[in-house]
Design a protein. Structure first.
Length: 1092
């Protein structure tokens, strides 16, 4: 049995260097080598290729003089000075010697000093390899490669100084995780006892997902380091966990270039021998191929290290050198998920490709390996593919030829019978079951799902006429081209939570079938930046046969990776406009192509700006600071931009850095000035509103983006949410608001701020908001653009200040009572025809059981011909009937999206939870009754007619409520949010059965409307008690021009109306929501009475 209680024997040294001992023994020996000088030098001599050293077999070895070597020549005394370095303490045994902590006197910095023991100075091979390590590492400068500072010989001692890294070697961490489990239940703890005093990115993971993501990030960093080394002509040849140290800062650093080969130098390995640690060596290293190992051997070794981090056991478990070598050459390792099924499939696939035995089947460059790991982290499709069944079969046959032949004979017999049976079954399935599923899915407008089944059925009945008739009902033919040609095209259902990319073909393509609906496209070609896009493929109108559709055409332009900035999206020449966000803006014709960031700027990226003196360099701050119309000195203004501890940085940071584990979150808490300075730092610009709008939006249905974007209560890492526009931008909707370049006309201090943010309403994605350029709200972020050629090529109009439209308050003159009465009698009154009401379904509101209500879906005849109104009635499951009832009018998002869980805003939820019944009519043009377009001229007849129909929908809803015994028809309230607050006066003035109203975040709109539907004309005729709740900095309904005028126009007596202002823009911040909700509920309690 190997000695694990004392010094190493000669055999122990051999086993240690091969790495073929058990993990426990290897860990013990490494710790022993840090304190035993004799063992350390013996290992060093073996590494140098000198051979064995006579050693006494007893515990008297520490006093021996093996081969004439004195202990003092092995263990140097503390405070000994070697050149500019003074030794402090010994750290351990390195690849070719002993490593000490030392102080570089001239620079007063800690370094690690590697010393070649004097006993090896007589060996030319040892000296050459020692110098080779220093030379190989010294030519490299990379954050994940140890930095070499100096090399020298002093007092007969060869040494070189390198970066001092505080941390733990990866093999020790793997050993700890193997015994304690990964991840720990709490950072650095197990069973309530502290197992390690220092922070560690791997030990401190709180979930298996976090652990695997951390492993992928760390290995990707090392892959980048190897790619850099290979580019510089250096092949490491001994990548393994013990040569990787995980710094306390979270950086994984590659050490020990003692056997590295510089491509221009001749390899020192003798014929028939090999260098490296066998357990991590590639097959070609073991075979000592005549051509010699290349960079793919390092990739193999890094893959073996990745395997050990994932599975927490070595790639091969041989107990000696011969067994390990045999396994490397002839044995296929267990797949990681066979050891731990929690390992992500993509990580297993990446690892499997890196450790392929054939070099041609591995990643060909370390950069490719790093890129695939980053694709995994970003949730994108990786390049590697799992081994095909045939690949596994070939490997099996090579190992067991006789058994394979016998099995093949049996397999042929059984397969023939099974094939006949399967073909019969599959054909019947395709002709019967598949057709029925396809028809049902087409009826449900689930065209992508129908398309997937049809593709599967086509394998068995490709020429079936029934299938041929169904293709046009679910898809359209496309011709697809790319510049250059030869790109692979993939699509997936944009809204599907599950289901991956489906391969369409390689361009150019003609007659390619694309399913109806909204699809994500991905175009890939080696050497070019992948293109992502969202394209809508709408079914034809009912009047046209689908089979008559002409093929559609779509084209994509690809750009070479080496000429394209990372994580930026190219957008071609186009006509730009900002009218969607800021009505009245002019179109910008023939704007040149530009690049825009794919993701919002992250904390990690902004930290580079801070660390490189961005806040101290006036040249980056090209825009003068302006406050209250006066220019503020730069030295004075810059002091405003401090973090929570007074250091330069965003308002959300502390101590000059971002919160832990939020490196890839969007930076928030930055002013417009800081965003502009960062853009200049990157040689970029803030986008104009025109460029941002064109790049960020999808098509005429922006809810396609908002449904998949982050409008929750907290930010998320960039790219986590899959809401994406036509050009592949992530997080343009939600997450953080994004600063744009343009100022507001007449007030340079106000700047445009677009996209909405977490905690806000999703329809703000479509609204043009403004904020003070000094504003450092935690949800203020940004992304940058790069104008191709020069900024001067962009039309000047794109940078011009934005005109904010508002109605002239001084000209607001409501019509007389007689005129208004004529409007109501002429337009809004209707015949009280039979409702024909039906309760279509009853449920628990899609999982809202904890909110204690039952939801009924009701339909009834509209006041106008041939239509049914839809309404959701929410009834409390507590309290007693009859219930007070609130009629809810939603915000602008109801016009662009269907009803889903996002419709339950926090305001609506708080009313439901107050114990009242809440009815939500689907007014004409909203939710399931929405139009393809709802952009009628606001002052026109069509707009007036639509308003009339919506008011009639509300009044018919009250008619329906009067037919029920479980609601109190004498206690009805109206509550409108945003747009519902704007139109509230029209609704309330025309319906006398409403007893009180609450207008949330509403006001007078910017457009002049038709007099018969203008809230200005109806507000004076509202006499019931009214509550208005608004925010001070709302740019949709500003206080002076929208909120206060509406409040003053309301005809309610002053004692019965109340206007409350909260901080915030067009939403109430999270910290004020309890007070906000209390105002709503207390008003209803006071005006309708407490609930029963």
């Amino acid at each position: 049995m190997t000695n694990v209680t004392g010094c190493l024997s000669q055999r122990d040294v051999v086993v240690f260097l091969e790495g073929s001992a058990s993990p426990e023994r290897l860990t013990f020996w490494r710790r022993h080598l840090r304190v035993c000088d004799v063992c350390a030098v013996m290992v060093a001599r073996h590494r140098a290729g000198i051979g064995s050293v006579p050693v006494q077999a007893s515990g008297d070895r520490r006093g021996s003089t093996d081969a004439g070597l004195h202990p003092t020549s092995v263990g140097l005394e503390p405070n000994l000075q070697l050149g500019d370095f003074r030794l402090e303490r010994r750290l351990g045994c390195g690849g070719m010697g002993v490593v000490y902590q030392a102080l570089q006197i001239s620079l007063n910095r800690r370094v690690a000093l590697k010393v070649l023991p004097s006993g090896l100075l007589s060996n030319a091979s040892a000296i050459e390899r020692f110098h080779r390590e220093a030379r190989a590492a010294a030519r490299l400068r990379h954050p994940n490669i140890v930095t070499i500072y100096a090399e020298g010989i002093e007092q007969g001692v060869c040494y070189f100084a390198m970066e001092m890294i505080e941390g733990t070697s990866l093999d020790e961490i793997i050993g700890e995780l193997r015994s304690t489990g990964a991840p720990n239940s709490a950072p650095g703890e197990k069973g309530g006892e502290r197992v390690h005093a220092t922070a560690c990115a791997l030990r401190d993971c709180r979930s298996h997902r976090e652990y695997f993501d951390t492993v992928a990030r760390l290995v990707a960093e090392v892959a980048d380091a190897l790619a850099y080394a290979h580019h510089e002509g250096v092949i490491h040849r001994d990548v393994k966990p013990s040569n990787l140290i995980l710094a306390t800062s979270g950086r994984l650093v590659l050490l020990d270039f003692g056997i590295a080969r510089v491509c221009q130098e001749q390899d020192m390995t003798a014929t028939g021998s090999f260098v490296g640690t066998p357990r991590y060596m590639s097959p070609e290293q073991v075979r000592s191929d005549t051509c010699g190992p290349d960079q793919r051997s390092d990739i193999y070794a890094l893959g073996a290290t990745l395997y050990e981090l994932l599975a927490l056991q070595p790639l091969f478990d041989g107990q000696n050198r011969e067994q390990v070598v045999g396994q490397i050459l002839d044995t296929e390792p267990l797949r990681p998920r066979q050891i731990d099924p929690r390992i992500p499939v993509d990580l297993e696939t990446i690892c499997g490709k890196a450790i392929e035995k054939e070099p041609t089947r591995r990643y060909q460059t370390a950069a490719d390996l790093g890129e695939d790991l980053r694709r995994y982290l970003a949730g994108h499709v990786i390049q590697a593919r799992p081994p095909e069944t045939m690949d596994r079969l070939v490997k099996l046959v090579r190992r067991r030829k006789i058994a394979a032949i016998l099995s093949l004979c049996l397999l042929v017999a059984t397969t023939t019978a099974a094939t006949i049976a399967w073909k019969h079954y599959s054909t019947r399935w395709a002709q019967q079951d598949a057709m029925a599923q396809i028809d049902r899915l087409i009826q449900e407008e689930a065209h992508f799902a129908a398309f997937v089944i049809a593709e599967k059925a086509a394998r068995y009945i490709p020429d079936d006429p029934l299938l041929a008739n169904r293709w046009p009902l679910m898809s359209r033919e496309y011709s697809i081209s790319t510049q250059p040609a030869g790109a692979k095209v993939y699509i997936r259902d944009y809204f599907a939570a599950r289901g991956g990319w489906r391969y369409i073909g390689t361009t150019p393509l003609k007659y390619a079938r694309i399913p109806f609906g909204t699809n994500c496209w991905k175009i890939e070609k080696n050497g070019f930046v992948p293109v992502e896009s969202v394209q809508s493929n709408d079914p034809p109108v009912l009047a046209r046969e689908p089979s008559d559709l002409d093929p559609a055409h779509v084209s994509f332009i690809l750009h070479e990776v080496r000429r394209h900035p990372a994580n930026m999206v190219w957008i071609g020449p186009c006509d730009l406009d900002g009218w969607r966000l800021y009505p009245g803006q002019r179109k910008i014709a023939s704007a040149p192509a530009f690049l825009i960031d794919k993701y919002e700027v992250t904390n990690r990226q902004f930290r580079e700006f801070v660390d490189r003196g961005g806040y101290e360099n006036p040249e980056l701050w090209e825009h003068p600071f302006v406050r209250d119309g006066q220019v503020v000195a730069w030295t004075q203004g810059i002091e405003h931009f401090r973090d929570q501890t007074g250091r330069p940085g965003p308002a959300t940071w502390r101590n000059g850095t971002y919160p832990a584990r939020e490196a890839d979150f969007p930076v928030g808490g930055v002013s417009w000035y800081e965003a502009a300075a960062y853009a200049r730092f990157r040689d970029k610009h803030l986008p104009t509103i025109h460029h941002w709008t064109w790049a960020a939006h999808a098509d005429d249905n922006p809810s396609r983006i908002t449904r998949l974007s982050n409008f929750g209560d907290v930010p998320a890492p960039v790219g986590r949410y899959k809401g994406m526009g036509r050009f592949g931008l992530y997080d343009a909707a939600g997450n953080v608001r994004e600063w744009c370049f343009n100022a507001i006309a007449g007030n340079e201090e106000l700047r445009c701020n677009l996209g909405g943010a977490m905690g806000e309403y999703d329809y703000l994605f479509l609204k043009g908001t403004v904020r003070s350029a000094w504003d450092r709200d935690g949800a203020n972020g940004f992304r940058c653009v790069k104008y191709l050629g020069d900024k001067d090529t962009v039309p000047e109009a794109a940078f011009a200040p934005v005109e904010r439209r508002s109605r002239d308050v001084s000209q607001l003159a409501p019509v007389s009572d007689e005129v208004l009465r004529s409007y109501i009698e002429t337009w809004y009154d209707y015949d009280r025809i039979e409702l024909h009401a039906r309760i279509e379904s009853v449920d628990d509101a899609d999982g809202h059981r904890e909110q204690r209500f039952r939801r009924e879906r009701i339909t009834f005849d509209a006041a106008y011909p041939d239509e049914r109104v839809i309404a959701y009635l929410h009834l409390p499951t507590t309290g007693r009937a009859p219930y007070q009832v609130v009629i809810w009018h939603p915000g602008d998002g109801a016009r662009t999206g269907g009803w889903d869980e996002t419709a339950y805003t926090h305001e609506l939820t708080c009313i439901i939870e107050s114990g009242r019944a809440v009815v939500v009519p689907f007014y004409k043009g909203m939710y399931e009754r929405r139009f393809e377009r709802d952009a009628y001229p606001p002052g026109g007849i069509q707009s007036r007619n639509l308003y009339v129909q919506r008011v009639q929908d509300l009044r018919r809803t009250v008619d329906y409520l009067e037919t029920r015994d479980d609601v109190d028809k004498d206690r009805i309230a109206y509550v409108g949010l945003s747009w519902g607050g704007q139109v509230g006066p029209v609704m309330i003035a025309t319906e006398s059965r409403i007893r009180t109203g609450i207008l949330l975040l509403g006001g007078i709109g910017t457009y002049n409307r038709h007099p018969a539907c203008d809230p200005v004309n109806f507000a004076p005729h509202v006499k019931v008690p009214m509550l208005m709740l608004n925010t001070r900095d709302d740019s949709i309904f500003p206080y002076e021009t929208a909120q206060r005028p509406l409040f003053q126009l309301l005809g309610t007596p002053a004692a019965d109306k109340r206007h409350v202002l909260f901080p915030g823009a067009h939403s109430v911040p999270q910290e004020y929501r309890k007070q906000y909700h209390r105002e709503i509920v207390e008003w209803l309690d006071r005006r309708l009475g407490p609930t029963k």
